[in-house]
Design a protein around this ligand. Structure first.
Ligand code: MN
Length: 282
């Protein structure tokens, strides 16, 4: 199958990824699903919706309240409630991944693209394993839908305008070009005007855990997790380095977590791990 320019070339990919095909938008009017982990009422989601409105038919299905830090959790031991707010807006009493699953399999919206965000706060480096914003996009890729996660790297007083405008431009590009199956784009936008756009790799850990101990009104201790950012030893080609330079970072992420280098090496352990002689391996 012919690949769109820009994806077919490049280094040979490992393992199952060596046979690349691309999902292109087949229709003139795109259907785009929007979601997030900050909740249906979040300002970043509204900014995203405004920016993408001209690209096609939008549907918003998002958690009914903030679910940041829930990663790709799904709700399987409690009921899910779905509330229709209007023709195109639904809230789900679950996680971001639940919202994507509900949109695709209950509402039967068949999007050509899922966009998650705009998250209030960065999703960089190894910290993305906790991100509900990224997880919603990754959930979409598991269902064969190209997806983008967009985060604004600020904690307070967000101005979503640059991130929203860029999300619209990138969404148009992905609708036109497609993405390799199983691959999503993790976008982080710096605060203020962006000085450039850079494709990056995921960095190592960008923060240290800290735990605040407080006392409740009855004098019992409780603990509140937070983080301190790390600014030393930032890898120069990483997502984190780009955002520190006030550049927009785009990192392609994949659902397949196999480490193929270790797979080759560790396979040599099989002989040592196999019990000798008998029919049983263990
Ligand atoms: Mn969030």
């Amino acid at each position: 199958m012919a690949s769109p320019a820009g994806f077919g070339a490049g280094p040979r990919r490992r393992g199952r990824r060596s046979q690349q095909t691309f999902r292109r938008a087949p229709s003139v009017t795109a259907r785009i699903l929007l979601t997030n982990d900050d909740g249906i009422h979040a300002e970043g989601l509204k900014a995203l919706e405004q920016s993408l409105a001209s690209l096609g038919e939008l549907m918003v299905v998002a958690p009914d309240s903030e679910r940041s830090g829930t990663s790709q959790a799904i709700t399987i031991h409690a009921p899910l409630r779905l509330q229709q707010i209007d023709e195109r807006h639904f809230s789900v009493s679950g996680t971001p991944a639940d919202a994507v699953i509900i949109a695709l399999h209950l509402l039967r919206f068949q999007p050509q693209l899922v966009v998650s965000g705009i998250n209030l706060g960065a999703n960089l480096g190894e910290n993305i394993v906790y991100s509900g914003t990224v997880a919603a996009a990754l959930e979409a890729t598991l269902h064969g839908v190209p997806a983008i996660a967009v985060s604004l790297a600020v904690r307070h007083n967000p101005d979503f305008s640059t991130a929203a405008a860029f999300a619209g431009r990138l969404a148009g590009k992905v609708l036109a070009e497609g993405l390799p199956p199983g691959v999503m784009l993790n976008v982080n936008v710096p605060p203020g005007p962006a000085r450039g756009i850079r494709f990056t790799r995921q960095s190592g850990k960008v923060s240290q855990n800290i735990i605040h101990e407080k006392r409740d009104p009855r004098g019992r201790p409780y603990y509140w997790q937070d983080e301190n950012v790390i600014r030393e030893h930032v890898e120069p080609d990483s997502d984190y380095a780009a955002v520190l330079k006030h550049e927009i970072s785009i990192t392609p992420l994949q659902a397949d977590r196999t480490d193929y280098r270790s797979l080759n090496h560790l396979s040599s352990w099989v002989a040592d791990l196999t019990a000798g002689g008998g029919r049983d391996v263990i």
